[in-house]
Design a protein around this ligand. Sequence first.
Ligand code: PEP
Ligand code: MG
Length: 781
Amino acid sequence: MGAPDSRETLGLRTLEDISALILQSHDLQETLDNIVTLVAKRMASDVCSIYLLDEDGETLRLHATRGLARPSLGITMKTSEGLTGLAIEQRGVVNTDNAPLHPRYKYFRETREEKFLSFLGVPFFERETPIGVMVIQTREARTFTPAEISAMSTIAWQISSIVASAKLLDSIRKKEQERAFYEAEVERLKGIEPAPKERPRRVANRQGVFTGLAIAPGFAAGKVSVLSRGLAREVVLERVRPRAEEQKHFAMALEKARIQTIYLEKKMGEMLSAEDAAIFHSHLMILEDRGFVAKITDLIDQDFGAVRAVTEVVGKYVSAFSKMEDPYLRERSADMEDIGRRLVDALNGNHHTLQKLRDKRVVIAEELLPSDLATIDHDKVIGIATEKGNHNSHAAIMARALGIPAVFGVESLLKQVSAKSEVILDGTSGFVYVNPDERVRQEYQRLQGEFNQKQRVLEGIRELPAETTDGERVSLLANIGLLSDIRVALQNGAEGVGLYRTEFPFMTRSAFPGRQEQAEIYKKVLQGFSGLPVTIRTLDIGGDKALPYFPQPKEDNPFMGWRSIRVSLEREEIFREQLAGVLLASPYGKCNIMFPLVSGVDEVRSIKTILQEVRDELVREGRQVSDEIGVGIMVELPAAVFCAEFLAKEVDYFSIGTNDLIQYTLACDRNNQRVKRWYDPYHPAVLRSIRRVADAARDAGKPVTLCGEMAADPVNALLLMGLGIRSFSLSAPAIPAVKEAIRRVSMEEAKKIAGRVLRMESGQAIRKYLEGVNAEIAARG
Ligand code: PEP
Ligand code: MG
């Protein structure tokens, strides 16, 4: 037997390989089987087994093993029994070099495990609930080192995210299975009736203005191109061939859809970045999911035609996803639809792409799916308006990354336009004018002219510093999420990144990315900014941000609940993996690390201890880590505002997150339209909080940045400068206008504005006063 791998190769290589395995495997069982084989080999152990907890929470069942006798698969034990049960009971690692002598040892005859002396059991969790144990055993008495145990914990954590996402898919399947069965029966009893012929749509060429969600900023005016298609869930009539032929036809289409998906991933990767393309990876996983494929082939076995079988199954998934409470998961129904369409097109021999556009057009569609945007003719598409989709949809993220103005969620839009329509689309305010009259056209032409003129002025100042007339410098950094934001940030003259929201790379994957995979992404960001500072914020999930493979607990007040740093501190294995990813990337640029939603010094001290441990571990492994990483926190809770003096001693810098600070100061959900008028950045309590934090940072000699949305409004930036802020991080397209405003005023003026505002008692009065300031500064030309 070979010597076990070093910690480095064991931990990193194994994690990388596990990620690859997840992609190659077709279902949970195959993944687990592959993992036990891989881990046993890498650990040079005689046995590696994975036990999962049944739904009753007290029965452990052997799901996969390498090394135990075959009949032992499926054996069960109570959590009160044996060493494996002990790992669950004590929610921690069980490590012994002589298992049979351990008081909790229990021998299961089926396993013939009496010959194994050493035992290492590592439990894994879905949130805080244990869901299984990974066990390795060896014949000889072997003491597992802390490094090996740590590597095993990381692998166990990876497994927990696979199991969690498999459970999610499974619950969807189960819920739909029953209904599918009854529906199929009813269909069969009815006989398959021809679907009513679709009446030709009345050609509309109306006039009107419609509102939707402002998805990607900018104007577009011109002729439309209406994207019409049969979506996957529509009932399709087809001639059904003999079963075997239909199965073969489906198998070929599946392969074709897989190849297309790989192609789309590549294309998107070239157009934007590998990050943006990652969603096609998740499409690929679904196309390769055995359960998904089996549902279709089962229907074909019941004499469904392949097209109909695909439409049925995809329709079930789409409806299951669209009923989900979580807004992110709800939007995944569009991905399912995209997959379905690709399959149906492959079956029908269609090659779906957006119509080739001869000239520039505004694309109108019921919904734009990710593959539409991957195949879109970018030079010709000047704008996008759709009936469905929201800020979270992948199409929205991509439209923003591609810089195409877009309005989504316009009700009944397709009924209002025909191929002859012309539209004006305003992606900044969310308006779509269909066949606008001359007056509207002229008004928009004027606006567009002003917009262009302004753009030219702003482009002219891109290279100039953000400096007041009396020579005070202000830093303007960008908030970014996707790799494609790097280009946008640099184009707009960002001096670095004040907030890199790492949720995005986590969201576009189907399981937690490992440290190496994360390091690669962070490295690209650091390199992209070539030495400019980049502040990487650790995972900020919970509240309104979810990961499809990491179910959130049901909470009455999620924003007050288990979110952000609280999740990181309780799921330390995920946190450590991310910290390691950041540290490994740190030599490739000027890297800072930042922690969200911190409430007090105890948290900061725990964070720093963990960070130091991860650093020490990497250094021991001989990895290179930068010595100049700034460690900062976000101040976004009133608690942090009032402890700012204490917190300032613990960290290198602050970043005020006003999006959350406003909601927590004013007890006002930032996403709840009903309480929108209470969500007031000008509330004196908010402005005084900012002032307080700026003062505490100044007294401690620590820099402070403000990274909330409010900084994107130029007049706000002036006010905030007066309150003591000298660095802003904002959405990159807003940088030039803020810079222009800064270059028109003196710091003295900014301080006067802030002085006046601080004496005002109400948000309304402040708003009114600032409107006047804004007009006055704009008039300076
Ligand atoms: C904030 O809360 O202001 C912030 C920048 O963080 P996020 O919007 O990601 O919560
Ligand atoms: Mg926040």
